[in-house]
Design a binder for this molecule. Structure first.
Ligand SMILES: C[S@@+](CC[C@H](N)C(=O)[O-])C[C@H]1O[C@@H](n2cnc3c(N)ncnc32)[C@H](O)[C@@H]1O
Length: 208
């Protein structure tokens, strides 16, 4: 039971996956609202949310983006269906497009987005150093990559949520890990904001 639940956090599937996505849309609200306060979204922006899960963050950003477009990417069919359903009006109006695919092989062309977001998902990415190069490829020069995590890793000492990190096999990153990896992937102006407990959001600009 616990194993099925854990696998579904990594890649939602079937009935359990649908239940978890509905739960995450509610349970991650506080983190998302906190994170979005640190991200400037303008009305004409073209945004991609990677690991869009249940689609609530796509819905939130559609409200902030005015006439802009907010797309979603997820490698789980259940997540793509749920996000599409939740944002069906915007999808029909051409203001949103939700695609099935991996962060490692992003299906959009080079220089497409002003902003790429990743809420509670980078823990699962198979090769962060290479996957963020794929993020930079789809960002326009000067575009913003924004990460928002409940579970950051302290520079020293043990992280909160150790049980979950170990049980779920999550990869977590310190502020200096993010600085180093993002700089190596040709991002500049890396900003790290810490919140309560081990909350962290990171924003970095794609080099022009
Ligand atoms: C814990 S959920 C977070 C969902 C949503 N972002 C939120 O904050 O509620 C992680 C999501 O990332 C997706 N994901 C994980 N690894 C991925 C990868 N390599 N490529 C695309 N999506 C991925 C999962 O399918 C899942 O929908």
């Amino acid at each position: 039971m616990l194993k099925r639940w854990m696998e579904n956090l990594r890649k939602p599937r079937g009935f359990t996956g649908r239940m978890l996505l509905a739960g995450m849309n509610v349970g991650h609200s506080g983190l998302s609202r906190w994170g979005l306060r640190h991200l400037a979204i303008g009305p004409p922006d073209h945004i991609l949310d990677i690991g869009c899960g249940g689609g609530k963050n796509v819905a939130r950003m559609l409200k902030l983006a005015g006439k802009g477009k907010v797309c979603g990417l997820d490698y789980s069919e259940v997540s793509v269906k749920k996000t599409t359903g939740l944002n069906r009006k915007a999808v029909r109006a051409g203001r949103s497009e939700i695609r099935l695919g991996s962060v490692s092989e992003n299906p959009w062309p080079d220089n497409t987005f002003d902003t790429v977001t990743a809420f509670e998902t980078v823990y699962f990415w198979p090769d962060f150093a290479s996957d963020i190069r794929e993020v930079r490829r789809v960002l326009k020069p000067g575009g913003i990559f924004f990460i928002c995590n409940e579970m950051g890793k302290p520079e020293e000492g043990e992280a909160p949520y150790q049980y979950w990190i170990k049980t779920l096999g999550l990869t977590t990153y310190t502020a200096s890990d993010f600085q180093k990896l993002l700089t190596e992937a040709e991002f500049i102006d890396v900003k790290i904001i810490s919140g309560k407990k081990s909350r962290v959001c990171v924003s970095a600009q794609a080099k022009k």
